[in-house]
Design a protein around this ligand. Structure first.
Ligand code: ASP
Length: 585
C-alpha cells in the first residue's frame, strides 16, 4: 500500500520510472480497448492507463467506480504532445502493471470530479457529506490555507517571545455582549459552566501571572442570532501583551499580518494601515467597519435644511436630528433608476431610517419628489451635486441612525455598481471608540467590554459625562469586514470599580460575577492590552471565499445545526435525570 510518489508531483522527469501510487478514483473512462483512471491524492491528479493485455489489472479496472480507493503500481511515460496538459503531472501518465482496490465506494450523492460547479449542489447536502465535499480541491483549499495561516502565526509570535497557552472551555461567563452557551454540571446539580465567549479574563490573568506575551488559537462560543457569516462556535486568534500601549499593539498586528500575507500571498500590505476615528468612520462612511476601497463618502447637510421649507427635515433637525447626504456622481447615478432608489429606500428603512429622500441635478435645479419644497437650499445643494445628473440621497434621523442607514445604502449601491469586488486587501484601523453607548433601556452599556481602559485624559469624565469618555480600543477592518478588535485594559482596580459603577453593576453584583478577577487585579497588575481576530473571517477574506463556513472543516449551517452529526440533539431521559434537568413543555 505504500506509495513511492504523489500523483500531482509526477512530471516528464519521472518518465521510465516505476512508481507506486495510492488514492481515489476521480473519474474513470472506458474507451472499450483502454481504461483511463484519473487518480487523486492530496496533491492532485494523474492519469493512469490500463491496457487490455494486462488482463488482471484490466478486469479490476472494469469494476472500479468513482471514489474507489486504489493502489497502483506502474511505469511513468510521457503523454503524446497533443494530449499534454501543462508540464507537470498533466504531461505524463502511469501505465498500470498492478491495480488493487483498497476500498469500494457507494455512488457519491454529488459529483466530486470537478465536472459540475459545487454551487449547483445544495450546501445542506454537501455539509451532510462534508468528508466527501472536502475531497474537492476547491473545498480543501481554504482548510489548507488555514493551516498555513496558523502556522505563520505560531512562527512569527514564537519568534517574538510569545507563548501559546490554552485556557478553559468549561468556565464562567465572559461578557462579550452575547448569550452564553452553558453546560450543566452533573456533580453540582443545578449549576452550570459557561463556554467562553472569549478567553478575555484568563488572558488578563496570564498577564498578572507574569507571562507578558501570550497568544492562543482559541475556540469561542457565542449564542447569538445567526447571520450569514456567524458560527456559534468559532475561532479567535487571541493575543495579550504586558507593558504596552495602543501603538505597540497596532504595530505588532501590522507586523504579524505582513508576515502572514507574505507567506500566503507573496506580498505584504503597505504599512502603517490607515486609521479613522470612530466618529469619522460613521460620518464619512456610515459604518464602524468602513469599506474604503471606493469613495462615495457621506456628507452632512444638516445646516442646509435647518430652516428648510421641507418640514419633514427642518422639524426633525430642530428636534435634534441630523441630515446626512450621499452624493452619487452622474456616471454612477446614471444606472440608478427610480426602481433602484426604491430598493435603496427599503434598505435604508431596514436600517432604521424613516425614508430616503432624493434629488437629481437637472440644469440649474433639481428633480425629485422633494424638489418643489426647496429654495434657499439650492446653492448648497449645487455644491454637493455640481454636475448634470448627479444624485443626492438623504436620510434625516438621529446621528447614529442617519449615518448607519445611509452607510448601508452606500454599500448596497456599491455592490450594484460592482465597486466591492476588487482584488487586494484594504486594511484599516478604527480608533477612538466611545467607552460606553446608550442601551435600549436608556442605561449605559460597554461598547467593547467592561475591562477596556478609558483614554487617560477622559478618566475624570467617568462620573459626570460617561458618554464622552473615549476608549483605548481599536478595531481592525479588512475590505469592510471587522476582523479584529482589542483594547488596552484597565489595570487599576479603582478605575475598574468606577467603570462597573457607570455600567450600573452594584459592588455586590460586580463581586458576584467578577470577584475572582477584581481580587487578581489587586496583586500587582502590569499595564497590558491585547487583541483578538476572528480567524474564520480573516481566512475567508484571504481565501477569497464568501462564507466563513468554507474555512471551517466541519461547520454548522445557517440555523446553527450540524447536518452531518445532527447536532444539536435531544437527551435520553436518564441523561436528563443525571444532570438534574427537566425540559419545559
Ligand atoms: N476579548 C475581545 C473579543 O473577543 C478581544 C480583546 O479585547 O482582546 O472581542
Amino acid at each position: 500500500m505504500k506509495r513511492s510518489n504523489w500523483c500531482a508531483e509526477l512530471s516528464p522527469a519521472d518518465a521510465g520510472n516505476r512508481v507506486r501510487l495510492s488514492g481515489w478514483v476521480n473519474r474513470r473512462r472506458d474507451l472499450g480497448g483502454l481504461i483511463f483512471i484519473d487518480l487523486r491524492d492530496r496533491t492532485g491528479l494523474v492519469q493512469v492507463v490500463i491496457e487490455p493485455d494486462n488482463a488482471d489489472a484490466f478486469a479490476t479496472a472494469e469494476r472500479v467506480r468513482s471514489e474507489f480507493v486504489l493502489h497502483v503500481s506502474g511505469t511513468v511515460r510521457e503523454r503524446p504532445a497533443e494530449q499534454r496538459k501543462g508540464s507537470g503531472a498533466g504531461a505524463v501518465e502511469v501505465v498500470a502493471e498492478e491495480l488493487t482496490i483498497l476500498s469500494e465506494a457507494r455512488t457519491p450523492p454529488f459529483l466530486l470530479d470537478g465536472s459540475i460547479d459545487a454551487s449547483a449542489v445544495s450546501e445542506e447536502l454537501r455539509l451532510r457529506h462534508r468528508y466527501l465535499d472536502l475531497r474537492r480541491p476547491a473545498a480543501a483549499a481554504p482548510i489548507r490555507l488555514r493551516h498555513q495561516v496558523t502556522k505563520a502565526i505560531w512562527d512569527h509570535l514564537d519568534s517574538r517571545g510569545f507563548i501559546q497557552v490554552e485556557t478553559p472551555l468549561l468556565t464562567r461567563s465572559t461578557p462579550e455582549g452575547a448569550r452564553d452557551f452553558v453546560v450543566p454540571s452533573r456533580l453540582s446539580p443545578g449549576e452550570f459552566y459557561a463556554l467562553p465567549q472569549s478567553p478575555q479574563l484568563f488572558k488578563q490573568m496570564l498577564m498578572i501571572g507574569g507571562f507578558e506575551r501570550y497568544f492562543q488559537i482559541a475556540r469561542c462560543f457565542r449564542d447569538e442570532d445567526l447571520r450569514a457569516d456567524r458560527q456559534p462556535d468559532f475561532t479567535q486568534l487571541d493575543i495579550e501583551v504586558s507593558f504596552v500601549d495602543q501603538e505597540d499593539i497596532i504595530s505588532l498586528n501590522e507586523e504579524l499580518i505582513s508576515f502572514i500575507l507574505e507567506r500566503t500571498h507573496g506580498e505584504a500590505p503597505a504599512t502603517p494601515f490607515p486609521r479613522l476615528s470612530y466618529a469619522d468612520a460613521l460620518n464619512r462612511y456610515g459604518s464602524d467597519k468602513p469599506d474604503i476601497r471606493f469613495g462615495l463618502e457621506l456628507k452632512d447637510a444638516t445646516a442646509l435644511f435647518r430652516e428648510s421649507g421641507f418640514q419633514a427635515f427642518s422639524k426633525a433637525i430642530k428636534a435634534g436630528a441630523v441630515t446626512k447626504v450621499l452624493p452619487v456622481p452622474a456616471e454612477d447615478a446614471a444606472g440608478v433608476s427610480r426602481k433602484v432608489i426604491s430598493e435603496l429606500e427599503t434598505h435604508a428603512k431596514q436600517h432604521g431610517a424613516g425614508g430616503l429622500a432624493w434629488l437629481r441635478r437637472s440644469g440649474d435645479g433639481f428633480s425629485g419628489p422633494i424638489a418643489k419644497f426647496l429654495d434657499n437650499e439650492l446653492a448648497g445643494l449645487r455644491e454637493l451635486a455640481p454636475d448634470e445628473g448627479d444624485l443626492l440621497l438623504f436620510v434625516t434621523a438621529d446621528w447614529t441612525t442617519a449615518c448607519t442607514a445611509l452607510g448601508a445604502v452606500r454599500l448596497l449601491l456599491a455592490d450594484q455598481l460592482g465597486l466591492r469586488s476588487g482584488p487586494g486587501f484594504s486594511f484599516l484601523w478604527v480608533v477612538d471608540f466611545p467607552l460606553f453607548e446608550q442601551d435600549e433601556e436608556g442605561g449605559l452599556s460597554y461598547m467593547h467590554h467592561p475591562f477596556t481602559m478609558p483614554v487617560t485624559e477622559d478618566v475624570h469624565l467617568l462620573t459626570d459625562d460617561p458618554l464622552a469618555v473615549r476608549a483605548q480600543a481599536y478595531d481592525l477592518v479588512l475590505n469592510g469586514n471587522e476582523i479584529g478588535g482589542g483594547s488596552i485594559r484597565i489595570h487599576d482596580p479603582e478605575i475598574q470599580k468606577q467603570v462597573f459603577e457607570v455600567l450600573g453593576f452594584s459592588d455586590s453584583e460586580a463581586r458576584e460575577r467578577f470577584g475572582f478577577f477584581l481580587d487578581a487585579l489587586e496583586y500587582g497588575t502590569p499595564p497590558h492590552g491585547g487583541v483578538a481576530w476572528g480567524l474564520d473571517r480573516f481566512i475567508m477574506l484571504l481565501a477569497g471565499t464568501d462564507s466563513i463556513r468554507d474555512t471551517i472543516a466541519f461547520p454548522k449551517n445557517q440555523s446553527g445545526d450540524d447536518p452531518l452529526t445532527g447536532a444539536p440533539a435531544g437527551l435520553e431521559p436518564e441523561q436528563l435525570a443525571e444532570l438534574a434537568l427537566r425540559v419545559a413543555e
